[in-house]
Design a protein. Structure first.
Length: 308
């Protein structure tokens, strides 16, 4: 071989290799390969806003929160645990915000950090918001469900590449994101959009779902929302709510739990006397903050995490 040939081959190999991510640097990937299906679009650029309640900045646990809106290009942001702690489990994260905004830090990045601490890959779903023209007021829009279904399939298609067990992919959501998690877990047999590529040939059924202080599960007269399908193949569910929630009544989680109980879907419901709304994984000095411990125990019983 020519003396110059080997160095040249090495140079080509180095230049062709994908850049390595820093240990604490998340990976961001586009959810859709081109035009986002079923989206009429909105005016305005994607931006962070300051959410105010009663004229004051909205805080959780005495700390401010960061909210993202005007999302027209859905993405996944994957946060990987240290290799020596990786259990192979992964969870999609659906922040809340009434399908208007996304609680990016309190119900997104901080949740990913908690998941990494227990050896789980946290994958933050930036789904389209706010509601689009034509969406029915007071009802969950269809666009986010399309994004979540696609997200499950995309993560499962990347399982080997991302160090994930394709049979241990769950979804966790908060408030409206909790509803989105429940809708995704129960609407896996038929997609809300026409297939766009080979990724959509991969199952969009989560292996488990976790929902906190969700809305939109209960409609009038205590009936279950038609956005939730009663399928016996629904994966195991874990629900958390506080009785004093001023935004989403605890009845939403209770209605969902009872509906799943009737059809024999393994479900676990934790109702706390106090906690309000939006606590996520922050310390709020109330018993509701222990839900993460209960969730880990539940995941261990499902063998999604190794038993201690």
């Amino acid at each position: 071989m020519n003396r110059l040939a080997l160095p040249l081959l090495l140079l080509v190999a180095v230049c062709a290799a994908p850049p390595a991510l820093a240990a604490d640097q998340p990976l961001v990937v586009d959810l859709w390969p081109g035009k986002v299906p079923g989206d009429v679009g909105i005016m305005g650029e994607e931006k962070f806003i300051e959410l105010k309640v009663g004229g004051k900045p909205y805080e959780v646990g005495g700390k401010p929160t960061q909210w993202l809106t005007n999302v027209t290009k859905p993405t996944l942001t994957a946060y990987f645990p240290p290799k020596d702690k990786n259990t192979g489990a992964a969870m999609l994260i659906c922040p809340g915000g009434g399908y208007h905004n996304l609680g990016w830090d309190v119900e997104g990045e901080e949740v990913a950090a908690w998941l990494n601490s227990i050896g789980v890959t946290g994958i933050l779903l930036k789904y389209r918001c706010p509601r689009r023209p034509g969406d029915v007021k007071g009802e969950p829009p269809l666009g986010p469900l399309m994004d979540a279904q696609r997200a499950v399939s995309l993560v499962r298609s990347k399982a080997k590449e991302w160090g994930i067990d394709k049979k241990k992919i769950g979804i966790v959501g908060f408030s409206a994101g909790g509803h989105l998690s429940g809708a995704t877990a129960t609407n896996y047999e038929k997609r809300a959009y026409d297939s766009v590529d080979d990724v959509d040939k991969v199952s969009c059924r989560p292996d488990f779902a976790v929902m906190l202080y969700s809305g939109y599960f209960k409609v009038k007269d205590g009936e279950l929302s038609p956005t939730i399908r009663l399928a016996t193949g629904t994966p195991p569910l874990f629900l958390v709510h506080a009785t004093d929630d001023p935004i989403s009544e605890v009845d939403h989680s209770v209605t969902m739990y009872l509906a799943m109980k009737r059809i024999g879907v393994p479900s676990e419901l934790h109702v706390y006397a106090a906690g309000g709304h939006g606590f996520a994984v922050r310390k709020v000095n109330k018993p509701c903050e222990t839900w993460t411990d209960r969730c880990v125990e539940w995941l261990c019983t499902l063998e999604m995490l190794p038993r201690k």
